[in-house]
Design a protein around this ligand. Structure first.
Ligand SMILES: *Cc1c(COP(=O)(O)O)cnc(C)c1O
Length: 466
């Protein structure tokens, strides 16, 4: 399998190269040159597999020849061994033709683990093959950071730096990062927003001298290997809900477009997906795009679902590449324009094309809380605020009598206990493996929203470890 950049001017790479590169050299994102195809017959044969066995079948064509079958099976088994249920991602029926896919059974109780727990062992394996070390630098709006840290902690070939917006993530999210006792883990609180953190990470990657000296690598949702791991659970849930004999729809709470892009990939691979329903909070840049065909930046508003408080949806560039019929120069010019003027527009035909598969809805905090309350009354289950946005989107899309709709539940309610308690009066308990989180000591630094200061801090830390 060969990978090309969405901006058309970076080297073509194999899976291992894409895994380590993260962002492409031309600033674009890697995508497969063509989508592997799964026939209905093939999908029927996958229905009874365990999660790791299914993951092997889905991931294998993306990996190509770069990792042998036995190694790949072992790495996938390692990835999902730490989950608190052997099902890995349980699918629960919550109403007539309505399902919830629980993606929060990994070590940090949010869906990022589904991809990160896979990425950690893969990185380690490929680095050892090549006798290399890397420095992972990432930005987090809350959940990616802890998931990345859990995946990379104590791995000899990796140093990991995670930037997060100071004071803008939940206590649980921060503690999950800053209490990890591992010499290769470094947390940085930046006095800015998530987008400031993300921009800084991009700038560090664009600093060739720095990037090459320290072998920079990314585990942000732009890393293709994360998308690959996320494609698996779309197949997993759809096959359980009746595919390929019936179509299914998914509702996905999203900000960065990473999770739902994996659903798009699954549909390109032959999974019969009727609709992908995007759920936004008040940071509704995606919903506005699907309504209007215009991508238009606006400020970031803090909400009850902070992992979706973003202004720029990085992974959207991958969809744009397909909407632009894989014309890298056209993508580059749209994104350059977006960076400069805060906006770009697609043609009517491209917009219609996007709307064939996607629909989108936004919900403010009041509506999110109301959804949590309503869902508790109906099902006796607590939703975290992100998952509540997802369920609200599924319901806004309208229940179809023949097509099951599956909402992706992206976090355990205990990860956002204040919002859940405010909505319901109930305070969700942390799972037992996290009982003592609030007693553990924290280690982090607070830095100004200043690229030079952050770069200096990273270099100093790495030089000290040499
Ligand atoms: C990261 C995250 C999301 C959004 O994921 P995208 O990559 O933006 O699609 C939603 N919910 C939770 C709990 C998250 O951690």
């Amino acid at each position: 399998m060969k990978y090309i950049s969405t901006r058309g001017a970076a080297p073509v790479l194999e899976f291992d190269g894409v895994l380590l590169a993260g962002l492409a050299r031309d600033g674009g994102l890697y995508v497969p040159r063509s989508w592997p195809q799964f026939s209905a017959e093939k999908m029927q044969s996958l229905k009874t597999l365990t999660y790791p066995a299914l993951a092997f079948e889905i991931i294998k064509p993306f990996v190509g020849e770069t990792i042998g079958d036995a190694d790949l099976r072992r790495l996938i088994d390692e990835a999902y061994r730490g989950f608190d249920t052997t099902e890995v991602a349980p699918l629960k029926k919550t109403g007539e033709n309505e399902f919830l896919l629980e993606l929060f059974h990994g070590p940090t109780i949010a869906f990022k683990d589904m991809a990160m727990q896979f990425l950690g062992p893969m990185f380690d394996h490929v680095l050892r093959q090549k006798s290399r070390r890397v420095t992972i630098v990432g930005a987090t709006s809350g959940d990616t950071g802890s998931a990345a840290i859990e995946a990379c902690r104590d791995r000899d070939a990796i140093d990991i730096f995670i930037l997060y917006p100071h004071g803008r993530i939940s206590d649980v999210q921060r503690k999950q990062m800053t209490t990890v006792k591992a010499a290769n883990v470094h947390c940085i609180a930046v006095t800015g927003t998530f987008d400031d953190c993300q921009d800084m990470v991009k700038a560090l990657f664009n600093d060739e001298k720095f990037r090459d000296r320290w072998n920079l690598s990314a585990v942000n949702s732009i890393n293709w290997a994360r998308i690959v791991a996320q494609i698996v659970y779309y197949f997993w849930a759809a096959l359980k809900a009746g595919a390929p004999d019936t179509q299914v729809s998914f509702a996905v709470p999203t900000g960065n477009f990473g999770n739902v892009f994996a659903g798009y990939a699954a549909s390109q691979m032959g999974l019969p997906i009727h609709k992908l329903v995007v759920g936004s909070n008040s940071n509704d840049i995606l919903t506005r795009f699907f309504e209007s065909g215009t991508m238009q930046m606006s400020g970031v508003h803090p909400t009850l679902s902070p992992s979706m408080d973003i202004q720029v949806s990085s992974n959207f560039e991958r969809l744009l590449f397909d909407l632009f019929e894989r014309d890298g120069a056209a993508v580059k010019s749209a994104i350059d324009g977006f960076r400069k003027h805060g906006t770009f527009v697609v043609s009517k035909a491209q917009h219609d094309n996007a709307r064939r598969l996607f629909s989108a809805f936004r919900f403010d905090d009041t509506e999110t809380k109301a959804m949590i309350t309503e869902f508790l009354r109906e099902t006796d289950q607590l939703l975290d605020p992100h998952s509540a946005v997802g369920v609200a989107a599924a319901r806004a899309a309208g229940r179809h009598p023949e097509i099951p709709i599956i909402t992706l539940a992206t976090a355990h309610p205990a990860k956002f206990p204040d919002a859940v308690e405010a909505a319901t009066g109930r305070r969700p308990a942390l799972p037992t493996h996290m009982n003592d989180l609030f007693e553990r000591a924290e280690k982090t630094v607070i830095l100004d929203n200043n690229l030079d200061e952050v770069r200096r801090h990273i270099i100093k830390t790495l030089e000290r470890a040499l």
